[in-house]
Design a protein around this ligand. Structure first.
Ligand code: NAD
Length: 293
């Protein structure tokens, strides 16, 4: 079994980005600038955004954090988005999800200028991705593609089973891995809560990608010997013995599943750090006008 060290890989990629940004700076070019909007006080969201800002600093990016309290109206948030769309210095921005219940996430996603949509959630980027046109790839699936690529994992002809069909992870992941591309050419099965016999599907998989949101859901009896297992889940479970009272676990029962795998990602330290790296890469692409000119 080989551990896919997302944390280490993200560190390497961030160092590569920092070298590129330093060279841009030296030539007097535009420093990439990422903005993040955080509405409300969800501790997990706050921690994700802190991480994104810290990563910007590590790479020499400029960053702007806009924090608003949970009573912020949808109208006010759309006004902030409008401002970021029009600000020529901002190359890309994200609105951290989930948003408070009274704000319609779809309206928010649609309001973001696709040219600055470095999370890759806007229908324009999603559609371009599906058609194989240049686009900002959704951050988490893009991170997974990079992981498979950098670890030299041959995906062509493999049977990949994606568990979970969300718009931000499962569905785009299934599209990317079925594309005719270096990391792609898989035969993909997209499974979800209505899948009749999930184990029968996952047991046939050369690659299992779990994006469900249920702690330790994928057990050893659901994975075949030698499979590659990518765990997207980030779940907080009580851990009274820990200082903060909780710990993070994935959707895969790591201890039970790992011995059967050829490769597996841990939680934490797997997919999560790679998601942040994707955001940085998309922002760099935006500042270099690589996708939309
Ligand atoms: P979501 O909550 O939007 O959807 C969950 C999906 O799981 C649904 O499509 C549902 O059909 C499927 N599902 C639920 N129960 C199931 C069952 N019993 N059998 C089969 N499928 C089932 O999912 P999401 O937003 O993609 O998040 C999934 C997990 O990934 C969460 O733990 C989230 O925190 C984590 N996540 C991590 C990152 C990262 O950077 N590592 C990014 C995004 C999400």
């Amino acid at each position: 079994m080989k551990l896919i060290d997302g944390k280490g890989l993200a560190h390497t990629i961030k160092e590569e980005i920092a070298v590129e940004v330093a060279a841009i700076k030296e030539k007097g070019g535009k420093i990439p600038h990422l903005a993040a909007v955080l509405v409300g006080d969800d501790p997990a969201s706050a921690s994700y955004v802190r991480n994104k800002v810290r990563s910007c600093d590590q790479c020499g990016f400029q960053s702007t954090l806009i924090r608003k309290d949970s009573s912020t109206t949808e109208e006010a948030l759309l006004g902030i988005i409008e401002g970021l769309n029009e600000d020529p210095d901002i190359d890309g921005f994200i609105v951290q999800l989930p948003l408070p219940k009274h704000i319609n996430e779809e309206n928010v996603t649609l309001a973001i200028d696709p040219k600055k949509d470095v999370d890759g959630f806007h229908p324009t980027n999603f559609g371009r991705m599906a058609l194989g046109l240049p686009s900002y790839l959704p951050a988490t699936p893009f991170g997974i593609v990079q992981m498979l690529d950098r670890y030299g994992i041959e995906t062509s002809g493999m049977h990949c089973v994606v568990v979970g069909r969300s718009n931000i992870v499962g569905t785009p992941m299934s599209i990317l891995l079925s594309r005719k591309a270096k990391v792609g050419n898989c035969t993909v099965t997209l499974t979800h809560s209505r899948t009749r016999d999930l184990s029968a599907e996952t047991l046939r998989a050369d690659i299992v990608i779990a994006a469900i949101g249920i702690p330790n859901f994928i057990g050893a009896d659901m994975v075949k010997e030698g499979a590659i297992v990518i765990d997207v889940g980030i779940n907080r479970v009580d851990a009274p013995e820990r200082k903060r009272g909780y710990k993070l676990v994935g959707d895969v029962d790591f201890d039970a599943v790992a011995p059967k795998c050829s490769f597996i990602t841990p939680v934490p330290g797997g997919v999560g750090p790679m998601t942040v790296t994707s955001l940085l890469l998309n922002t760099l692409k935006s500042s270099k006008r690589e996708i939309y000119g």
